[in-house]
Every structure is written in C-alpha cells, then in structure tokens.
Design a protein around this ligand. Sequence first.
Ligand code: SF4
Ligand code: SF4
Length: 279
Amino acid sequence: MQAVVNKIIPFSAVDGPGNRSVVFLQGCNLDCKYCHNPETRAVCIHCGNCVKACQSGALKTEQGKVFYDEEKCIRCDACIRVCPHDSTPKTKVMSPLEVFHLIQKQIPFISGITVSGGECTLYQAFIEELFILCQSAGLTTMIDSNGMFDFSGSGELLKVTDGVMLDIKAFDEKQHIEVTGAENKQILHNAVLLAECGKLYEVRTVVVPGLFDAKETIQRTGKLLKPYLTLKDIRYKIIAYRPMGVRKAYAHYEVPDQKYLKSLELLLREEGFQNIIII
Ligand code: SF4
Ligand code: SF4
C-alpha cells in the first residue's frame, strides 16, 4: 500500500480544475521519446552511481541502499544527470496516510488533489486509499494517466476518481509504438470508457513534427470522442513539443509553430470541441 513519491507540489493551477495539490509518483510503463521528465521513468535500483556526483553530502550508501537527505540537498540535479537508469535518488516511499497528512495542510486553499507521474496507476491500491481519504475531506480527485492501465477492471479506483486526464500520444498504432514503444489499444479503449461514464476530464496530445502525424491523431481522436461531448465537456490540451529536459538522443525534434497548432485546434472545433487549450 506504499508508493515511491517523486515530489508533491502543494499548489498547481494547471493539473486539473481549480487549485490543486499534485502528487508525482515514480516509475512509468511507456518510453516516450519526448519525455521531459525522464528521471521519473524508473524506480531507483540503488546502483550507487549518483552518490559520488553529489557535492553536498546529501546522498550516502548504507548496506547496498542509497539514502537521500533532503536537508543537505542543494537541488543541483547532478545526481539525475549521472543516473544511467532514468531515475533519481530524491524519492520517498510513503503511505497514503502520510501523503494525506501533507496535503491536509493545504485543504483551505485547494479544491482537490491530482495524482500524476511517471505513471501513477502503477500504484492502484495506493491511489484508491489516498482518494478515499481526500474525498472524505471534501477534496476532488483526479488522475493524470498515460492510459496503459485498464480502467474497466479498476474496481474501486474509478468510483473514487472524479476525473481522468488522459494522454493520446498517437492514434495510429504503428506511430504510437514509434513514439512510446507500446501499442495503444488499451488507451483508446479507456478514452471511450471514461467518456461514456463522464469521467474523461481532459485529453492531451504532445505535437512533435516529424515524429508522428499529429493532424491524424487529433482528427481521429476528435471523431472518436465527438459522440460523448453532449454528456460532458471534454477539454483537449494541444501541447507543443519543447526540448527542455528531453534526453539528448531525442532533443532534436522541431518545435511546432503557432499556425500549425491553430490548424489542429480548428480540426477539433469542427468535431464540436469547445474547450481547447494550446500550450
Ligand atoms: S538514482 Fe540512479 S544512479 Fe542513483 S542509485 Fe538510483 S539508479 Fe543508481
Ligand atoms: S540534487 Fe542530487 S546531487 Fe544535487 S545536492 Fe541534491 S542529492 Fe546531491
């Protein structure tokens, strides 16, 4: 029932409706070429490589495990730069109750909590328990997911989740494999399932010219979800690729221009989407 927590942001206005606390969990089951937080992809395997890179004494190895001292950390990120496993030593194993106690302090100032990652659904039982605690305190609960999790078999999780923000990284399966290393049947299935039950709060597509066909992805996703727009206003976030934080091998892609992004917005408007954000 514990999760590896990368960080907790007390206030965010961009991770769901209203002002929210956001919990980022460590580890992911996709390998997106444009990932801008590659250090969240894997859980630390305690190889010890990063310990000597830390100049402030915030890292030490004891009995084959790397320990992190937040007090001594000067946030230089040298440890992340030398990690060969797309990980970070700056994580904490926490229970849902421990996370809730941290979030509790913000309750007067937030409308809810969002759990993100990495891929947060790798910790289903943890999220379920955390959301039960949050809902009983009057907070709304949102999941930010890459959609690889089977929401149809999620049991209690969907019941205690108010909304999901779902990535559709490419509509065509071959292109999706090229972008992420994995098929997308489950993701598209989730998009429909969540839209049907009114829990699809937002869909996001990162636009990376030259990597996949964003026009096709946005057009086909728009058509797929069009029938459900009358049930609930689904927001579509069109995100421009930016090379910041991206691994060297994949940092060469072109940044899309506003004209192109606007043309993608128009495709969604033609399908009936009204709530579209370009960032
Ligand atoms: S963070 Fe990376 S380099 Fe440091 S111990 Fe963990 S796996 Fe090794
Ligand atoms: S960011 Fe990493 S390397 Fe830098 S001080 Fe903190 S633990 Fe050490």
